[in-house]
Write a protein that binds this ligand. Structure first.
Ligand SMILES: Cc1cc2nc3c(=O)[nH]c(=O)nc-3n(C[C@H](O)[C@H](O)[C@H](O)COP(=O)(O)O)c2cc1C
Length: 180
């Protein structure tokens, strides 16, 4: 697919078929993150692919966190159910490093977008999930990586929905002039 088409077609997918995703497609998605640019070429992303029981445990941990904190971040339970349903979860981790946090955040965001776009190119769908932030510490314990941080996760699978494009600001609204 043309890059322009991939960008235009990408949507956040929140319903997936249970169909297994071929290993080679997962590898292509990971490879697209590997090739991403990063501040000072630090390549701060560390990726973990979860399916089955471990993925289910991540979802349950998020749901448990919402139950333990009533009224806070209820939406993250919705994201957790999406994780449970999606066949694959890519955990995007990084080493703790306060000094580089700003630049590493930007670099990791770019790598995640590479993965979301590659998923579309392969006929798959993806959901970038930041809701893991609430239960981050608990999730990291579940995967035995309490020494790291978890900026986001990405759910991947064959899309079982075709959502319309969500509203976007016009170019006029996002283009601003210097105020001098
Ligand atoms: C940093 C970031 C975090 C996000 N976290 C979540 C999330 O936790 N749960 C969710 O359902 N969608 C999440 N999204 C998806 C956004 O809601 C979505 O991109 C936005 O509504 C625009 O819709 P579109 O992706 O279909 O164009 C996230 C997107 C970004 C970029």
């Amino acid at each position: 697919m043309e890059l322009k088409q991939v960008i235009a077609r990408r949507r956040s997918i929140r319903r997936f078929y249970p169909t297994e995703v071929p290993q080679e497609d997962i590898l292509q998605i990971l490879e697209s993150a590997r090739l991403c640019q990063s501040a000072c070429n630090r390549q701060p992303w560390r990726l973990m692919v979860l399916t089955g029981d471990m993925k289910r445990k991540v979802a349950e941990t998020m749901i448990q966190w919402v139950e333990d904190h009533p009224g806070v971040a209820n939406d993250s339970a919705i994201s957790a159910r999406i994780i449970r349903q999606a066949p694959v979860l890519i955990m995007v981790l990084r080493e703790k490093d306060d000094f580089w946090k700003h630049f590493d955040d930007l670099s990791i965001g770019a790598a995640i977008e590479h993965m979301c776009l590659t998923a579309v190119d392969l006929g798959l769908g993806a959901l970038w999930i930041g809701h893991t932030a609430y239960a981050e510490a608990d999730i990291l314990k579940v995967v035995g990586r309490a020494d790291m941080e978890l900026p986001s996760v990405v759910a991947i699978g064959y899309p079982a929905e075709e959502p319309p494009m969500r509203p976007r600001l016009s170019l006029e609204e996002i283009l601003i002039e210097p105020k001098v």
